[in-house]
Design a binder for this molecule. Structure first.
Ligand code: ZN
Ligand code: ZN
Length: 310
């Protein structure tokens, strides 16, 4: 059913391209003294959980885009700030792009289909101008609910969100410097601050970027389908592992509003486990269950799990 998708030839946005290139060019310093640390997996895993899983998966994706659950407004703001600190564009644009993606998956007008060009689907689309995103008509059509949110509008105006990203850098560096000084004096303070800059900010930001982008690229190319969604979405186990659940992407395209992206017992979704924990302590409600339309239950690969029929 899909029509051909060719990456459109669009103008490059210099600022976006410079930020992407700049962060990648800084990566090599992470492997030299005083920036290198054998604790780097902890920086990436903990950083990904806070800024990637809570910020992007939970706040940007499952709360703001799909309304898969509700949390108290103060907590939604904190989670959204974590998403902003992943530097994946502000909430309005992220949600708008993603809602268009669901509506036009792998057909013309999909903002980031990897159908004909893996690189375009992965990251090429990010630093190319999509004229639709410069129009408030697009926002009116795709994110009217977000436009009604005073705080989100405030943070969008004059790119205030970017100051939050810069602010979190200052906070993390101050935290590392303080702990380093208390533990081992000035020398440890300098090393700890350098390591936080390299692994807690530069490498973590790039790491969360790429694993999020693999959902758009790899999980629309490799893996299996539980459901006949009519697009190229796939369940890609290694993307699910890296992103704490977002890689069960065919499941997600079949049931976009479901809070859980894992539909089989072994499709582990740690972001959903976190949602369950929030629910247990009374910080999440109206968690949307798995409901797959009957029309999507046929699949080319294997029968869909019976428990998910609507
Ligand atoms: Zn998709
Ligand atoms: Zn989605």
């Amino acid at each position: 059913m899909s029509t051909a998708v060719s990456p459109p030839k669009q103008r490059i946005i210099p600022l976006f391209a410079a930020v992407l290139v700049g962060f990648h060019l800084l990566l090599p310093i992470c492997f030299f003294e005083p920036f290198f640390t054998w604790w780097f997996p902890a920086y990436l895993l903990i950083g990904n959980f806070i800024f990637g899983s809570i910020g992007i998966n939970l706040a940007y994706h499952r709360i703001l885009t799909h309304r898969s659950l509700e949390t108290p407004k103060w907590l939604e703001k904190i989670f959204t700030l974590c998403g902003i600190c992943s530097l994946e564009t502000p909430p309005f644009k992220w949600v708008c792009v993603h809602r268009i993606h669901h509506q036009k998956s792998d057909i013309a007008d999909d903002p980031h289909s990897p159908k004909e060009n893996f690189y375009w689907g992965h990251m090429g689309w990010i630093y190319h101008d999509d004229p639709r995103m410069n129009s408030f008509m697009t926002y009116d059509k795709y994110i009217p609910d977000l436009l009604e949110d005073d705080w989100l509008r405030w943070i969008h105006k004059r790119n205030r969100w970017a100051w939050y990203y810069l602010g979190h850098i200052v906070l993390l560096l101050a935290l590392a410097a303080g702990i380093g000084y208390l533990v081992g004096g000035v020398e440890t303070m300098i090393t700890a601050t350098a390591q936080m800059f390299a692994w807690g900010i530069i490498a973590r930001t790039v790491y969360v970027w790429h694993i999020t982008w693999f959902v758009n690229s790899a999980a629309h190319r490799w893996g299996y389908q539980n459901y006949k969604t009519g697009d190229l979405s796939r369940n890609t186990w290694w993307v699910a592992l890296l992103t704490n659940g977002e890689g069960w992407h065919n499941n997600h395209h079949a049931a976009p509003r479901s809070a859980s992206h894992g539909h089989r017992w072994w499709e582990i979704d740690l972001t959903f486990t976190f949602i369950r924990c929030l629910e247990l302590v009374g910080l999440a409600k109206n968690v949307v269950p798995i409901v797959v339309p009957k029309t999507k239950l046929e699949t080319n690969d294997e029968p869909a799990p019976a428990s998910t029929s609507a």
